[in-house]
Design a protein around this ligand. Structure first.
Ligand code: AMP
Length: 474
């Protein structure tokens, strides 16, 4: 099927061509016709399946058809999402698809001042993309009412519940008019989600279920470089300098501190880059992501948490600067490249203490990762002899081994977990607090006690001495 065969108006067809879609994805093919008939929909699908266009295009079409106009302090379609990141992403899609129409889209989310969000709501909007806390806040301030709502979309319902938004969702649903079209999306359908869906959808909704369109791992060209930890920075820099075709590069670091360190090395070499992680402000992360999307920076360095939920097309290369100790994370990371039928390359660095992680990855993927061009090692500074001090220091990215319990704990640290389940996942005002994970993650371990730990950390004095002597960290 082609998009041109779907009964979508010219301005939408034009926008679809402008964003470069040719064929609808399976969820689009299955959802768009039913939604255009005004039916409710239960979609079991993840990000990456094309679900945003599956609901945005028919909603835009129906908004165009209805002939109604937005009134001040009202919205006609409400899309509720759990995180600011996702809200911004979905709002951007609406804006793209509606670029040749007069339909307006506003995105509201917490963590930033509400003045400009309030002003656009007061003027009235067609499509409102919102996170629950800020929406209720602005409803409470009488900046917007939902009484004229025609379409309600609850997206990422399972994540909403995981993040404790159930009460906020119920409050929002209680404010909706009876007569409306509902769309409910969730990646999974456990009992509590099924029950929630039943309170929102009209009886007998259309049910659409699609598997995620993950990149088959066989389609990704992989390369492995065995390298000691201290020379990973030099190796990354060298590879980027040698290969100008590495245009849109996503580098994964296990820790926030590591991510910052990588950007310092690259910046020093004149390579345009930015890092996103939990210590960066929302604005800085948005800016970095925006610059990466429009290719004004070449390299984005991210922790697994920060990279969660971000959607960037055309990543040419994924670097595993550090190997994850959960093999599934590796598959998830490298699936960021080779999307939508394009080619992609994943390059992994493996230090001696990561060999075990590599074996687990190869076992899971049933692929032996081939080694990259060994000539590159010639261009690197020679390896430095490891001392017990430096070994302890190098294990740092994999936890903070105590002197009496060295490297042993290194490979066994829990995978990165979101302590505040957001920078893009911070529950907003009015929502239930999310339980703290039991164990600190590498990201967390850079948190408030960071300075205390730095002082106590073995080897920090040696590192200071190195800095004072002008020795360069890799
Ligand atoms: P989503 O699941 O909505 O987050 O979409 C995932 C990615 O697929 C986004 O980058 C979309 O721009 C892209 N996409 C959505 N629909 C299509 C399509 N029909 N053809 C090509 N790419 C698409």
């Amino acid at each position: 099927m082609l998009f041109s065969e779907l009964p979508l108006a010219n301005p939408l067809q034009r926008a679809i061509r402008a964003v470069g879609y040719e064929q609808p994805t399976p969820i689009q093919e299955q959802s768009i016709p039913s939604l255009l008939e005004g039916k409710d929909l239960l979609g079991i699908a993840q990000t990456g399946t094309g679900k945003t266009a599956a609901f945005a295009l028919p909603i835009l079409q129906l908004l165009l058809d209805s002939g109604k106009f937005r009134a001040p302090k009202t919205c006609r379609a409400l899309i509720l999402l759990p995180t600011r990141e996702l809200a911004i992403q979905v709002a951007d899609c609406f804006k793209q698809y509606a670029q040749f129409t007069a339909i307006s889209t506003t995105c509201i989310f917490g963590g930033v001042g509400d003045a400009s969000q309030k002003n656009s709501l007061i003027r009235g909007v067609d499509v409102l993309v919102a996170t629950p806390g800020r929406l209720l806040d602005l409803i409470g301030q009488k900046a917007v009412s939902l009484k004229a709502l025609e379409f309600f979309v609850l997206d990422e319902a399972d994540r909403m519940l995981d993040m404790g938004f159930i009460h906020d969702i119920r409050k929002v649903v209680a404010l909706l008019p009876q007569n409306r079209q509902n769309l409910f999306f969730s990646a999974t359908m456990p009992d509590d989600i099924t029950k929630l869906a039943a309170t929102i959808l009209r009886p007998n909704p259309v049910r659409v279920e699609v598997a995620p369109q993950s990149t088959p791992i066989e389609r990704i060209r992989q390369e492995l470089y065995r390298i000691d930890k201290r020379r990973k920075g030099a190796l990354l820099k060298e590879l980027l300098q040698e290969h100008p075709e590495m245009k849109k590069v996503l580098v994964f670091s296990r820790t926030k501190h590591g991510a910052d360190k990588i950007t310092r090395v690259l910046e020093k070499a004149g390579i345009k880059c930015a890092a996103i992680h939990g210590n960066k402000s929302q604005n800085r992360r948005q800016e970095a992501l925006g610059n990466f999307k429009k290719e004004s920076i070449r390299v984005l360095v991210a922790t697994d948490i920060a990279a969660r939920g971000i959607d960037v097309d055309d990543v040419s290369h994924v670097f595993n600067y550090d190997l994850p100790d959960v093999p599934e994370t590796f598959v998830h990371r490298i699936g960021r490249t080779a999307r939508a039928g394009k080619d992609g390359i994943a390059i992994s660095f493996c230090s001696p203490d990561e060999e075990q992680d590599l074996r687990a990855i190869e076992k899971l993927t049933k692929i032996k990762v081939p080694e990259g061009d060994k000539a590159i090692y010639e261009k690197l500074p020679p390896p430095q002899k490891e001392t017990p001090e430096s070994e302890m220091r190098n294990a740092r990215g994999r936890g903070f081994p105590r002197r009496d319990k060295p490297a042993q704990s290194a490979g066994h640290q829990k995978p990165e977990q979101s302590a505040r389940p957001e920078w893009h996942a911070k529950p907003e005002r009015g929502s239930k607090p999310v339980q703290k994970p039991a164990q600190a993650s590498p990201e967390q371990s850079q948190g408030s006690n960071h300075h205390q730990r730095r002082r106590n950390r073995p080897g920090s004095r040696a590192r200071r001495r190195m800095r004072e002597n002008g020795s360069q960290n890799p």
